[in-house]
Design a protein around this ligand. Structure first.
Ligand code: NAG
Length: 266
């Protein structure tokens, strides 16, 4: 006997793809937006600073003190080719030492977060000291991170690297700077792709205001937002996913303070 019930696959398509579109107000986290590791590629790595990683603080992403802001010592400065004018700030990489006597054979890789720019130095040849000169793809690691995969005396090592999701505890953090007419927000502790392509801010008395990219991982709005509680929308550069962090900062928020959202990318 012929059945008039739709085939199960058709039901599944309607339930998963069509019904959600008919329900405004229900936000669907697109499964595709979860960031997966990229394929391994070849590059080189050096290190900067000493064992304390103190020279990695205050880098070109604007994260300031990497210890208090959660990035720690496992960080890397990217050549401009990778840095992408600061849009690569916060991205995470696995780096493994390859084909060098300096490699530690029992270590598969180490994981680092991009917190700084390794600037070009055109007074040095790109194959002898000017390691970060474009178009070179280069990782200038913190010395403690480099020492996890190779003997630092090697100076420079061939590596394989890949982008990986950033595993973050807790929500996205916003450090607020600026003045009464200008809000500058440093966005930190971003999970998933780790990077940000755009931000919006909303004061309790305003609509959503699009913020422009300032430098590193900071975004700005030329608006008067003092005395209002602040909400932010953050868009992931890698996955294009958008997250809304409601009332992150209370109405008595202060310049220089850091406020934590209870949401993050995965
Ligand atoms: C670039 O390299 C030259 C030559 O080694 C060096 O004197 C100079 O300090 C370097 N500049 C920077 C910004 O590191």
């Amino acid at each position: 006997m012929a059945s008039y019930f739709p085939r199960p696959s058709f039901v599944a398509i309607v339930v998963v793809f069509v019904l959600p579109l008919m329900m405004p107000g229900i936000t669907i986290r697109p499964v595709l937006a979860i960031f997966r590791p990229s394929p391994w590629k070849i590059a080189h790595a050096t290190f900067y600073g000493d064992e304390t990683a103190s020279e990695t603080m205050g880098g070109a992403c604007g994260y300031g003190n990497l210890f208090t802001n959660g990035y720690g010592i496992d960080t890397v400065a990217l050549s401009s080719t990778l840095f992408n004018n600061g849009y690569a700030c916060g991205t995470c990489f696995q780096i493994k030492c390859m084909q060098s006597k300096a490699c530690y054979a029992n270590v598969a890789f180490t994981t680092v977060t991009a917190t700084n720019l390794c600037p070009p130095n055109w007074s040095k040849p790109s194959d002898n000291g000017g390691w970060c000169n474009p178009p070179r793809v280069h990782f200038d690691m913190s010395k403690p991170a480099f020492m996890k995969i190779a003997n630092w005396k090697a100076g420079i090592i061939p590596v394989a690297y890949r982008r990986v999701p950033c595993i973050k505890k807790d929500g996205i953090r916003f450090t607020l700077q600026g003045n009464g007419y200008w809000l500058l927000a440093y966005v930190m502790n971003v999970g998933g792709g780790g990077d940000v392509s755009g931000m919006w801010v909303k004061g309790s008395k305003t609509g959503w205001i699009r913020m422009s990219h300032n430098w590193g991982a900071s975004y700005q709005a030329f608006s008067t937002l003092v005395g209002q509680s602040l909400s932010f929308i953050v868009t992931s550069y890698t996955t294009k996913e958008t997250i809304t962090a409601w009332n992150v900062a209370p109405s008595n928020w202060k310049f220089g303070a850091t406020y934590k959202a209870n949401v993050n990318f995965r």
